[in-house]
Ligand binder design. Structure first.
Ligand code: OFO
Length: 164
């Protein structure tokens, strides 16, 4: 039997993960519009990863005999001012998601919901990676500035990201 409060928090987080997928897909579309296929690919892969994050909660809720309740997904931002901005927003977004995950972890420990502890630890570890990868690209973009050759190289590198 699933703890009701934890189930409700996980349902809310499913919505956040789908929103993240939507946001990164919107960033991908922005990079497509600039002809930066590599940047667009990175964001598209990230978007897919967010759907997987949502589905991991989804599957867990059913494994525990709970019920998933899907909520409306908010519209993401559609335009950015320059190629750095989406990654800055992505890093800020990941920091926000880390706070959400930590709150769910607090609740799980408070409720002594032992069955959910391993799952939430997976998300805690994943958030370390999510913050790190977006911050690294932000730093690279700040270093590069307007250097066209370096943007070209980074675009090539980001184009290599495949589903993990
Ligand atoms: Fe689901 O980790 Fe990013 O948002």
């Amino acid at each position: 039997m699933m703890n009701e409060k934890v189930m409700s928090a996980m349902n809310t987080q499913i919505n956040e993960e789908f929103y993240a997928a939507y946001l990164y897909l919107s960033m991908s579309a922005y990079y497509e519009s600039l002809g930066l296929a590599g940047f667009a690919n990175w964001m598209r892969q990230q978007s897919k990863e967010e759907v997987e994050h949502a589905m991991k909660f989804y599957d867990f809720i059913y494994e525990r005999g709970g019920e998933v309740a899907l909520l409306p997904i908010a519209q993401p931002k559609l335009k950015w001012e320059n190629i750095l901005e989406p990654f800055q927003d992505a890093y800020a977004h990941e920091q926000k998601v880390t706070k959400f995950i930590n709150k769910i972890a607090d609740l799980i420990y408070q409720e002594k919901d032992y069955a959910s502890q391993t799952l939430i630890q997976w998300y805690i570890d994943e958030q370390i990676e999510e913050e790190k990868s977006t911050l690294e690209i932000c730093d690279a973009l700040k270093m590069i500035g307007d250097d066209k050759a370096a943007i070209y190289m980074l675009n090539k590198q980001l184009g290599k990201r495949i589903e993990d």
